[in-house]
Design a protein around this ligand. Sequence first.
Ligand code: 4UU
Length: 549
Amino acid sequence: MVYTSPYESVVIPETDLWSFLFERKSKLFADSKEIFTDSETGRTYTFGDLRSTSLDFGKGLQALWNWQPGDVMAFYTPNSIDTPPTMLGLLWAGGVGSPANPLYTEHELAFQLRDSGAKAIATQLPFIETARRAAKSVGIPEDRIILIGDAHDPSGHFRHFSTFRNASSSGCPAAVKVDVHKDLAFLVYSSGTTGMPKGVCLTHYNIVSNVLQMAAIDSLCIHPFGGMDGKGDKGLGITPFFHIYGLTCCIMAFIYNGWELISMPRFDLERACQLIEQYKITFAYVPPPVILAFSKHPIVEKYDLSSMRMFSSGAAPLTPELATALWDRLKIAVKQGYGLSETAPVATMQILDDWGKFLGSVGKLVPNMQARLVDPDSDKDVNQGQPGELWLKGPNVFPGYLNLSENTAATMSSDGYFKTGDIFVVDKHGNLTCVDRLKELIKYKGFQVPPAELEGILLGHKDIADACVIGVEDKEQATEVPRAYVVMKPGLPTDGAKANQIVDWLASRTAPHKKLRGGLYFVSEVPKSASGKLLRRVLRDQVRQVEKA
Ligand code: 4UU
């Protein structure tokens, strides 16, 4: 059975993202409307500033670097209010943005730079050393590293993006013409259902679609609380802009809707509380651990959070208990959305009215989406009420992984659905609930941890013969954590000290969210199929059995 979104379809214009945001809306918002404010400096971009700064930067890219359509720029930076205008200027010039976690090691960053074919890197001063080393290792010239943020390079060696503004010519030609269905706006990285991180190709049309799909849900959410009408609503910008959640739900949706985002460079609970009180913030997109912090931490009591109307939680499962705990303590509603990098990202979203009625559900399909729930062994639809793998179709679904046609083919069904690798049930109202994950991906606080990547590094350790990494639940932190099962080479120690040593060794080679917080256990073998394929699920199911007992 094909499930269709119960919401009225939205009309999606065949417009590039820059023009979609700035040409249409410029007629609706005053140029002076504040959109992005930096939580620490108070610096602000108004709608008019965003438009002119992005234009200047786009023109500068063409004039100074001869930027060509399709050229990729990596963004290796924590949230900065300079990301939206530079990223959009890049798009104006026909370029493609590829954001990377600023805590990536040189090696992790180099992987993405190489894979995406990045021609330049936008970063901030504290990250310049890693950016420089990674750039060097993939052959990006040092003068293609550009700074954003408040700090300039005192030596003047690395150029600040604002100097592109001065360099650009006057006049306002149109954005570079793109084929909205083929040309990419973003190349974000996700391991998908299996293996190493892959470039998820997202077209202009994908992103424009998702902004409008979300806007349709928002328009149904807000009225009981007095209208999310672009006049008074303010969001707290916690979600990383380097993840598709922040890119679409914070950067693009806020510009489109004319909402103000108070952007935090990193999440800190007390600082978040101060900002909510100071700016009278009304909503925020967050992952579940942030809900945990607000519902449990004593510091929250010190602040007046009464302006907050709702959180929207996504990127990992939110339990009914957590949503209820937040409501009981602060009377803030928390609705849930679900999606993936491959769906740009929002595929389902609760309307505010539904959050307490269907606790634990991720809501219904957003407009213009269809879904099937399928038995992954037979590819047949499951009966209603039965769990099945969620397959999705819609204008926000990506065209494929970069240069990986086999992976793309494996993830698309013959009838054109994208196979999410997540197991869902659906109720008679069309509310979807995620009950399990078929794929091997681990999510630490909403961040991806691809097990194959950690196993690859572990196998590079001189003492290790074999390894298997799985996700285990950490209820206290409301997240999964990665755990390794390791086979040592014969005769080597397998005590706690050795385990800690390997955990630290691995941690020094990865971004902090990939640390083996679930521990490292020595085993004599790891489960494998007859053909030698690692059976992570077998191990994961065994752990779940033990933990249940
Ligand atoms: C259970 O994390 C994302 C997308 C996040 C997002 C956030 C708010 C989507 C919609 C929204 O409203 O993308 P990725 O690619 O990093 O990770 C995708 C995976 C999914 O396949 C699923 O396993 O993250 C998991 N996931 C969730 N799981 C995402 N949202 C949820 C959820 N419940 N609500």
